[in-house]
Design a protein around this ligand. Sequence first.
Ligand code: ZN
Length: 403
Amino acid sequence: MASPKVAGQSACAELAGLLDSPEIGRLVEELQATRWTGRPGYPLRTMVGLCLAKSLYALPTWTKTVALVREHWALQRALGCEGKPPSVYAAYRFAEKLRAHGDKLERCIDGVVEGLKAKLPDYGTDLAIDASDMPAFANGQRYVYKGGPERNWHTDPDASWGHRSAVSTRRGGGFYGFKLQMACCTKTGLPIAWSVQTGKANESMFVAPLIDTAKRRGAIAATAAMDKAYDIGRVYEECAERDCEAIVPLRATGAVVKNEHRPPACEHGVWTFAGSDRKRGASKWRCPNGECKPASTWIKADRLHPLVPRETKRWKAAYRKRAAVEREFGRLKNEWGLKPLRVRGLERVRLHADLTILTRLACALSRARYLNGTRSSRVERPPVSKRSRREDQRERYQPPLRA
Ligand SMILES: [Zn+2]
């Protein structure tokens, strides 16, 4: 991971820092503007802090989060609710409020991503897109028990059966729940756009919206590495329309079996790649010794002949970076509490994913800012010249004594 590395501070100090950041502050302010009538309730800064604490401590439920705050004086101080921690009911009411004001949360996420882009200029240049399973907090089995009656209702009506691939020793197969579609930056490993859909949703339908969201948030999105599941003509077209180069391996479709994806060849051998023209939307290929007439040809870009040909080093290097999105899924699920789901319904699952990834990004932003600040204010050390070091070594070197 190429995002900045800073020695960890206490989670409470980190939380207080997040709440004081301008992006989170703006969310609190915007929510404050909606609260002009009714009971005063808990301070909104405390409630937003509670949401961040839930992901920061990777807690699955509000009950656990509230219990932790109740026992943890340092956390109460960070949240600004010393002696009067919020109740579970307040937490649920606030989650409902956040769902109703999704636009404000979205603006906050946009702000954090823009802040990261300002600190990490490479953030969002090359993307890796994939989907991952989020098993529902519900039983999706069709029958109540083996040979028994059919289930006539499910606790999570929005969840559905989807397919997931094998991971380590876990077999691939069906799962019941939701899918997180995500675009990650391959350089920093940080998410930049995501959306939660029901389990049966087709991944390839969400490439265009993900790239659009990433671009809206200021990403360049020059390339998008995706696995074989995205090897569909439409995906290449959608990427090309957005000036984004799709890096996708080929599935063995009819055309591939007929070798239509191979570069042109003549009696002198296989033609070599001679560069692509993005504006023209075509790649140039040359006869190996230039004796053919004409000696070169343009091939229009499509699924079989992408602008970055699959034989090139550049394509291979770009595809290898796709692993960034898989790492990030693991990190979100195992370290930031994206898993296990303890909410039901698409809207609630979406809010859970948004808050988890927002916390993740806000922490990365605060670290990037901290690092940037210390770097600029660091005391300048005199530069060590290579020559003096070499002279040092020469002085230290003692020739062996001869007998
Ligand atoms: Zn030739």
